[in-house]
Design a binder for this molecule. Sequence first.
Ligand SMILES: [Zn+2]
Length: 380
Amino acid sequence: MDQFKGKKAVFVNSESLGNYSFGPEHPFKPERIRRTYELCRSRGLFDAPAVGVMEVEEPEEGVLKRFHTRGYIEALKRADTGMDVDVDMLHHGLGTAENPVFKGVYRFAELSATATLAAARLVADGVDTAFNPVGGFHHAYRDRASGFCYVNDIAIAIDELLGKNLKVAYVDIDAHHGDAVQDAYYRDNRVLTISMHETGRTLFPWSGFESEIGEGTGEGFNINIPLEPETDDEIFLYLFKGVVMRAVAAFEPDLVVGQFGTDMLATDPLTHLHLTNNGYIEAIETLHSAFRRIVALGGGGYNLNDVEKCWTLLWTELAGFELSEGYGGAMGGVFLGDTSLSGSDLRDMRVYTTGPDKEKLKARADELIAFFKGRVIGFI
Ligand SMILES: [Zn+2]
């Protein structure tokens, strides 16, 4: 840990995680960690005194026990051979098309959780921000795997931070509802959980409606922002700035844990939102300019080219490098071509929903904001 003292941003790299495979047909491709790391490295984004790379290759003993049940852990351990599926595994959500058993799945879960825990500890110990791209598994419950998620590394990290008496805001912008993180803190006002996602009417896990606002002492500390299909950058940012930023500011957290999946982009094969990476990165810039301490985690994202571009933009911002504005290298009004400026070609072309569809999206966004009034933190 000492070697990272004084660093502002640390990229947590567990290169061996990139070697695992959920199977050739499965949309989740662990190789994206290698691609993201390589793209960042080739652009010199690790080359600054305030920036570090932490290699994490040894799973921490007992890391899964911090959140998961003994029964689930035992089933996951048996699944590690990647061979036979027994009834008990199925009972724990393992061995389905969605959450296949594959060789090394147990180590994959342990190591990714260890990397997230390392990122959380770095930020707790004074590094401004740390990023673990193979993290953010927001669908894993205590006793079952779900939605490509075998371990809830997020809850493991948040619990660690709570144990250090830190106040945590969780911000999840993945296209899918962060259901298992919501579930973990639903009755808890020590953690503000916010999830922006495609509405549960049209997308897994079919939950995350605005009416789910927490219970008991947790009431008003769980915010869901369900987005309609075709939501674009403008509507997304309108709600991000108008709801997420407002609620997190009112909560006054010590730090933010972010699940920064990239599957809200128009090009994602699994979802129906219409963002570009311009909207994605503007949300992160907005958050980062207000809250320096961020534990940044990956998440979904099933178009690999988009994932590596988004996460490279994310790292550019977190590590304090200059983000260029334009698509195709337009800078200062001069078009410089696609590859002449390092960084510029990471940006998507800006595309917006228009006409009556846009008006409907705006009306729905205003309806959501009106709903929150008097019900959740920041709106009371
Ligand atoms: Zn997702």
